[in-house]
Design a protein around this ligand. Sequence first.
Ligand code: ZN
Length: 661
Amino acid sequence: MTKGDQPKQSVLNRRGPVWTVLGVLLVLGIIAATGYRTIYAPASNGNSETTPDSEKAPRHLIVISIDTLRADHLGCYGHANAQTPAIDKLAGEGALFEKHYTCYPLTLPSHLTQLTGVSTLGHRVRDNLYHRLPEQFATLPEELSKQGFTTGAFVSAFTMRSGSGIERGFSIYDDEGIREAQQGKLTIPERKAEVTLSRAAEWLKKNKDAQRVFCFVHLFDPHTPYSPPADLAAKFAGKPNAGYEAEIAYTDRELGRFFEQLRALNMFDNAVIAITADHGEGLGEHDELSHGYFCYDATTHVPLIIRAPGLKACRPVAITRNYDLAPTLLDLLAIRSESIARQTHGRSLKAALDKPGEDLGLIAYIESHYAYLNANWAKIRALRTASSLTVFSGDLVEHYVEPRQLQSQHDTHPGDVQRARAEIERLLGSLMPPRRGKGTPGQGGGMGTPYPGEAATEQDFEPETINDTRELPAPASKAKLLLRYQEAELAYDEQLYQGCAEKLRKLIADEPKFLMAHKLLAGVNQLLVETEWKSLGIERARELALEAARSLAAGADLSEAARNFENARRMKRNAALLCLWLNEGALMKRLQAGGEADAALAWLDWLLRYRTAKSEGREIVAKEAEQWLAQAKLEEPIKQQALLDLKRMQSGEELKLAPWE
Ligand SMILES: [Zn+2]
């Protein structure tokens, strides 16, 4: 189908007749295989897009996404212990979607879905650090900008920093203070709600006379580590999940103030105001403390509350998905965007608002590659219907019909399991991206990550099948180990680095093939060496650096065995950097021995040869290195760095690299 053949229907007009004709193809809200093909059509230049004149349409759009907020921890969703009056009040005045799901329980992937209407299955950003939104997808702020909106985003954590494509279309993308990974720290830089909201309010004040405004706010406080204000900490002390609950109460209190500011600016009653979350939090359910590892309701069931002029208070019961958000917001604003309509996997939820009591037959597709990308475990693919959750991972099948999802009943519901499998297979099979293999490397390469030596690339666009990681262990089969790992992570968050390293050493002794434990141990050691080498003494610092390098080498071997070559390459490069600190030639050789040849690794070896050559031999090494570099295929920005290194070698400079040098 060419662009000219696209039906010129609004998203709203699409439901009804199309639904009846396409029937089952719409169960996931995905407009069939033809829709998938056109997902990858180049984004429209916008000239063909028009704004329907609607005097009654709300003027502004305010979207607030609260990181890590479980739906069932808000008062309006029935949580008795909650102290969330501001959000509850908003929910009472608008629509509260009872069964709203994220398609991917991780920050950046989920937010990109919110802002594009495309599930992670389509845009394939499945990691916070290494993936980037492909250019061909239009974003909500881009589309609203074209329609005359003044757009601004105010975000609160490093995982939402600009550079991944999340910033696209915003005239201001405020990530000040959280853009850079903190030197010598692995924790995610974050900003408190009061800071982010006051910056948003200031910007809104400046733009209060603008024709129409879209303000996107991301708050991070309910995410670990917890540091609620003293009064709320005291109020929740001794209660279950005290830190989490207190941070939610804090966020609500700040939002209450923000809403007052909106009212004072006359930007409240004439705006669509949406509150949602990117994912929930395990809080120990299914042995998951945080999120990303599994796809149970604990981390996928999130709030969606929308208040808008003319919208009656209601509580729609249909299953809704975060890829429905963009089409729904456009619909409520009476804005037509063909780009979003063409690419979205979701649909406008106007039908759910019109008939809140009806189950619209929608189903949420949910997935996580987090454990695959980080631990070489199997990918998770799940289907959430109104009555069940079916999960496929490795050779493990789970099927739950009770809300807590504790007893799998896959044996007693084989028909439901088979239907879910067929639906997921159909979905995966209908995705035919134009590009095969790796996309072009993302500009994220220079973004920096908490793990030194690692860099972002655009995600893999290989075709996927439900069995593609079948030989790998299901994350659920590793739940007990995962719990111990997350305890080490918590120790880390609390800056108990020595304790964290001890937990990880024990974990690795019990499970030498645990990739994440190797990786975190390397990170902790490296951090300790960089920040505390003076107090540790050079000898201990060298021991820790060597342990880190060995852990990374072990991690690279594990990744190669699992055919996860991207992971392997990152870890080898990082290990090679540590070998340079230590002048550790033997391990450097070992890193180069297995797997595919990596020019970056070879270059680091030239640096090592230079460092370990006797002074008269350095000139020869520099000459040979120059010849090698002239023909080497090195990607940017490594090539530029290598040329700088070479200059230093040619001038006979000492290459000081280790913290103690
Ligand atoms: Zn998040």
